[in-house]
Design a protein around this ligand. Structure first.
Ligand SMILES: *Cc1c(COP(=O)(O)O)cnc(C)c1O
Length: 409
């Protein structure tokens, strides 16, 4: 057990936002008052019945919660071992788990009287979810996106524009997610009064990692109750894909103090973790450092320069990982593995053909790991994997990777 939380893995972070040696708030003096104000407002909202009611009501009627816990019978049959359940968060409005968090942050922003929302986005999924909820409430939305990602993710740029958001291309650095996040932080400092920064994963300075985790924990809370209903007991193994780590933290957190539940996070192994820079496995292939206001495992070179990750899945392409995962890794409560692009592609096709579900490439990584472990486990072993997004956005990438020409279909 962790030395600082002897009785619980769910007690963190401490008052400084630390999970063991990770997390915290490494920010400039100008940013400090903003995050302290945010923390105070979030602490109030968290226990306010009005806030909770609004979250629950919109969760049901706008997002479509609860998402089903689905027994993947034909996947299970083919793998020939453990029973595989999928938590169907791909059925949420906008097609992924991101909206759980965005809804929470924007309801909070409205309570704080903020009239302008800014966000960073990489693949564009968080940008689309933010633009969606801003449109629903009639709030101004500005999304920072690296120029490289704007090129790669045109359909999502168009979606954000349809939803009324302004998309600002970021040219600094290599023009990817890391740079977009830096520019969003700069915007926040210059527009303190009216602006709320909506971060898309369990990263950033405290209180973001804990706050985003809390908003995503609806996934694990539902899964726990649904598994009790389906099987009369807890799952034996949880599996989720990790970019920044928010869908995984959301599934894992309600189970951290259930010692019988094995917890596995799956990082993007790209072309293979042995191949320097051709992957995004921050825990498997990185080391601790400070990025975006918190201390965590990062992909970096010998001089501490942050490296660009590589993955077939743009949504897993972040050089860091949420600090709570770094801590869970170090104290041994969760295990982190990696899966290559090719393995994820195989799982993508397997899921389409055996279950009639086109998964996003991110959860295809989780399924690829399930495919490795399920055959050797007994038939009464219960696996719950997070199907955190649908794959419509990925069909062009998959067609290209499989050498198929859509024009000839
Ligand atoms: C954004 C995204 C991810 C990666 O983000 P996490 O914070 O690690 O969850 C994974 N899956 C899908 C479908 C996404 O859209």
């Amino acid at each position: 057990m962790a030395k600082d939380h002897p009785n619980s893995f769910t007690a963190g972070p401490d008052e400084n936002g630390r999970f063991g040696d990770f997390g915290g708030r490494f920010v400039s003096e100008t940013l400090m008052p903003l995050i302290l104000d945010l923390e105070a407002e979030y602490e109030k909202a968290k226990t306010d019945p009005d806030f909770r009611d609004e979250m629950a009501r919109l969760g049901t009627h706008y997002v479509g919660r609860p998402s089903p816990l689905y027994f993947a019978e034909r996947v299970t049959e083919r793998l020939g071992g453990a029973k595989v359940y999928m938590k169907r968060d791909e059925l949420n409005h906008t097609g992924a788990h991101k909206i759980n968090n965005v809804l929470g942050q924007i309801i909070l922003a409205r309570r704080m009287g903020k009239t302008r929302i800014i966000a960073e986005t990489g693949a564009g999924q968080h940008g689309v979810a933010t633009a969606t909820v801003c449109a629903k409430f009639g709030i101004k939305c500005v999304v920072y996106m690296g120029t490289h990602d704007v090129e790669r993710q045109r359909p999502n740029v168009f979606r954000m524009k349809l939803l009324g958001a302004e998309v600002i291309p970021v040219t600094s650095g290599r023009g990817t997610l890391k740079d977009a996040m830096n520019d969003a932080l700069r915007d926040w400092v210059t527009n303190v009064r009216d602006t709320f920064y909506c971060i898309g994963t369990v990263a950033g300075p405290h209180p973001y990692p804990a706050m985003v985790r809390d908003f995503q924990s609806v996934i694990g809370e539902e899964a726990k109750a649904q598994m009790m209903e389906a099987e009369g007991r807890l799952p034996d193994t949880l599996v989720a894909a990790i970019g920044g780590g928010s869908n995984a933290m959301g599934l894992f957190h309600p189970f951290l103090d259930d010692p019988s539940v094995e917890i596995i996070g799956v990082e993007a192994g790209g072309k293979g973790v042995d191949d320097k820079m051709q992957h995004c496995a921050s825990l498997t292939g990185g080391r601790p450092g400070v990025l975006h206001g918190n201390r965590t495992y990062l992909l970096q070179d010998d001089d501490g320069q942050i490296l660009e990750g590589f993955s077939i899945s743009a949504g897993l392409d972040y050089p860091g990982i949420g600090p709570e995962h770094s801590w869970l890794h170090d104290v041994g409560r969760a295990r982190y593995v990696s899966v290559t692009d090719d393995e994820a592609l195989g799982a993508f096709q397997f899921c389409c053909e055996r279950e009639g579900i086109i998964p996003a490439l991110e959860p295809s990584h989780a399924l690829a790991h399930v495919m490795k472990i399920a055959p050797d486990l007994p038939r009464d072993h219960l696996i719950c994997m997070n199907m955190c997004g649908r794959g419509d956005k990925d069909i062009f990438t998959v067609a290209k990777a499989l050498g198929m020409d859509m024009a000839e279909c």
